[in-house]
Design a protein around this ligand. Structure first.
Ligand SMILES: [Zn+2]
Ligand SMILES: [Zn+2]
Length: 153
């Protein structure tokens, strides 16, 4: 298969994996790790930060398989890692301002931020990060405080 399709396909598939992980794992049996991310921050790091460390193991496994001879996995690993980098940028940098980087506002990124704000307010849909689909009438709520602000007091 053409490597471009492997990279692109894995990247796109990761949004589904990420959605499922957020909805049924992080808001399911692993909620004890995720709950703090929905509460006002008490320290610079959150237990929720353990998830990306765990998920990075998938990328390591894929690259290990590639170096063991299954070369197609190198391209899949590249797509998965690119998705992880995009997720990191969107969620930690753009939405929650956890790194002191200035990023220009873009309509797409603002849409992601507004969508994620709704998730923080309701602990429900949208669980997706790069394609947070939601019925339009659920977007009309006004927040009482900004649940996205992760700066430590
Ligand atoms: Zn968040
Ligand atoms: Zn959540």
């Amino acid at each position: 298969m053409n490597p471009v399709w492997l990279v692109l396909g894995s990247f796109l598939l990761m949004e589904g994996v990420s959605y499922a992980g957020h909805r049924w794992v992080m808001h399911g049996f692993a909620m004890s790790w995720h709950r703090g991310h929905h509460l006002p921050p008490v320290s610079r790091f959150e237990r929720n930060d353990l998830f990306p460390i765990g998920f990075s193991g998938v990328g390591v496994l894929l690259f290990a398989l590639a170096s063991g001879g299954w070369t197609a996995m190198w391209w899949v690993g590249l797509g998965v890692t690119a998705y992880g980098a995009a997720y990191l940028f969107v969620h930690e940098v753009y939405i929650h301002h956890r790194l002191p980087l200035r990023v220009r506002k873009l309509a797409y990124l603002e849409w992601l931020r507004d969508s994620h704000r709704i998730h923080h307010q309701t602990s429900a849909e949208p669980y997706g990060m790069l394609l947070p689909l939601l019925r339009s009438r659920r977007r009309d709520r006004t927040p009482t405080r900004d649940p996205l602000e992760r700066s430590v007091p």
